[in-house]
Write a protein that binds this ligand. Structure first.
Ligand code: UDP
Length: 351
C-alpha cells in the first residue's frame, strides 16, 4: 500500500502523529507538507515533539487568500500525484491543504481518505466548513471521530464508505499528556488552578477589526489572569489594528510546542478558545471550555455540559465561567486507538 499524506498546519501535524509511524509499519507513506504553516513555532517543533517523520516533500505554499493558496497547492500536488502514483491520498481536518489534497487526488482518480470526516458547524462563512463539506464529498473513505459525524454523513448521502474510528487527537493527548511540560507556569508567573488559558486565530474573529476589538474586550475582562499563546495571524492583525498594547493584563506568550501547551492546559482553571482542537483537548483534560464562536463542530462537548458557546460576548463569557463543571465526562471521541483503526481501514480499502 502506497499512501500519500498531505499535511500543512499545526493541528494536522498533531493528527498525523497518531497515524504516520503506524502506517509506515504496514506500507509506504509519502508525507507532503504544503507549508501552509511555515513558521517554526507552528511547524518544526511538532515534528520533533510528536516524532512525526520528516516530510518527503516540503513546499512553501502559505500566504495569500484561501483561493490563491488552494490553487497553488493544486498546481504542486497534481504533478506530484502523477509521479508518486499513490494508491490513496490521506488528508486530515478542514484546512486548505485538506481540500487541495482531496481535490487533486479526486481529479487524478486516486481514492481519498479523510480523517475527521463528518464534522459540521453549519456555518458556511467559515472557510473550514467549506473545506470539510467539499472534502467529504470527494472522499472514498470517511473516517469519523464520533457517532454524530457518522450520522451527519449518512444524512448527506456521501458516496464513500463511512467508518467510525474515534478521534486521532485523543490518541496523541493520551500518549503525551503524562509528559506535559509544566515549566511555562513558573516562567509566565501563574499558579495552577488560578489562570485561564486562551487561544484565538479564526479568521472570523481576528480579520475584522470590530470583532478583534470585541475579542480583546473578552480577554481583558476576565476575573483571572489570562495566558494567551499568540498565533502569528492574530499577532499580525492586533498589530495592524493597533490593539496589541490593549491586551492589558493578558499574559502574552509565543505559540507553544505541544508539551508546553498541554502543561498550561492541565494547570488552567478553564479555557477560552476559538480553536477546534483546543475545545476537544479541554474536554480531554477535564477543563471547562468557553468557546469564542457562536457555532461549533464539536457539539458533543456542548451537549455534555463542558463547553459553552459565547461568541465574543463578555457577559456571556463571565456567566459561563461561573458554571460548575459537570460531574461526568464520558469518552465522546473514542478510546485513544483511532490511529490503529485508520490504518486498518486503509488496509481493508486496498484489499
Ligand atoms: N497548540 C499548541 N500550541 C499552541 C496552541 C495550540 O501546541 O500554542 C496545539 C493544541 O494543543 C492542539 C492544536 O495545536 O493540538 C490545535 O491547533 P489550532 O488551534 O491551530 O487549530 P484548530 O484546531 O483550530 O484547527
Amino acid at each position: 500500500m502506497r499512501v500519500l499524506t498531505v499535511v500543512g498546519n499545526r493541528p494536522q501535524f498533531v493528527k498525523a502523529a497518531a497515524v504516520s509511524s503506524r502506517l509506515r509499519s504496514v506500507g509506504v507513506e509519502v508525507l507532503v507538507h504544503t507549508g501552509q504553516h511555515y513558521d517554526d513555532a507552528l511547524s518544526r517543533v511538532f515534528f520533533d515533539e510528536l516524532a512525526l517523520p520528516r516530510p518527503e516533500y516540503r513546499f512553501d505554499l502559505g500566504g495569500g487568500s484561501n483561493t490563491e493558496q488552494t490553487a497553488r497547492m493544486l498546481s504542486e500536488l497534481a504533478p506530484l500525484l502523477a509521479s508518486e502514483a499513490p494508491d490513496v491520498v490521506l488528508v486530515y481536518g478542514d484546512t486548505n491543504s485538506t481540500l487541495a489534497g482531496a481535490l487533486a487526488a479526486a481529479q487524478a482518480g486516486v481514492p481519498v481518505a479523510h480523517v475527521e470526516a463528518g464534522m459540521r458547524s453549519y456555518d458556511r462563512r467559515m472557510p473550514e466548513e467549506l473545506n470539510r463539506v467539499l472534502t467529504d464529498h470527494a472522499s472514498s473513505l470517511l473516517l469519523c471521530s464520533s457517532p454524530a459525524a457518522v450520522a451527519t454523513l449518512q444524512a448527506e448521502q456521501v458516496v464513500g464508505e463511512v467508518v467510525l474510528v474515534g478521534d486521532v487527537m485523543v490518541d496523541v493527548f493520551e500518549l503525551l499528556a503524562p509528559r506535559a511540560d509544566a515549566s511555562m507556569l513558573e516562567q509566565l508567573g501563574v499558579t495552577a488552578g488560578d489562570y485561564l488559558l486562551a487561544t484565538a486565530h479564526r479568521a472570523g474573529n481576528v480579520d475584522d477589526p470590530e470583532r478583534l476589538r470585541a475579542l480583546v474586550e473578552v480577554l481583558t475582562g476576565m476575573p483571572l489572569p489570562v495566558v494567551l499563546p499568540l498565533h502569528p495571524r492574530t499577532r499580525a492583525r492586533l498589530t495592524e489594528a493597533g490593539l496589541l498594547d490593549a491586551l492589558d493584563g493578558v499574559i502574552v506568550a509565543p505559540p507553544l510546542g505541544y508539551l508546553e501547551f498541554a502543561g498550561l492546559l492541565l494547570g488552567a482553571r478553564a479555557v477560552l478558545t476559538d480553536s477546534g482542537g483546543v475545545q476537544k483537548e479541554a474536554y480531554l483534560a477535564g477543563k471547562p471550555c468557553i468557546t469564542l464562536r457562536d457555532t461549533t463542530e464539536w457539539r458533543e462537548t456542548v451537549e455534555a455540559g463542558w463547553n459553552v458557546l459565547v461568541d465574543l460576548d463578555l457577559p456571556a463569557a463571565l456567566d459561563a465561567l461561573q458554571r460548575p463543571a459537570p460531574s461526568e465526562r464520558p469518552p465522546l471521541y473514542g478510546d485513544g486507538r483511532a490511529g490503529e483503526r485508520v490504518v486498518e481501514a486503509l488496509v481493508r480499502m486496498q484489499g
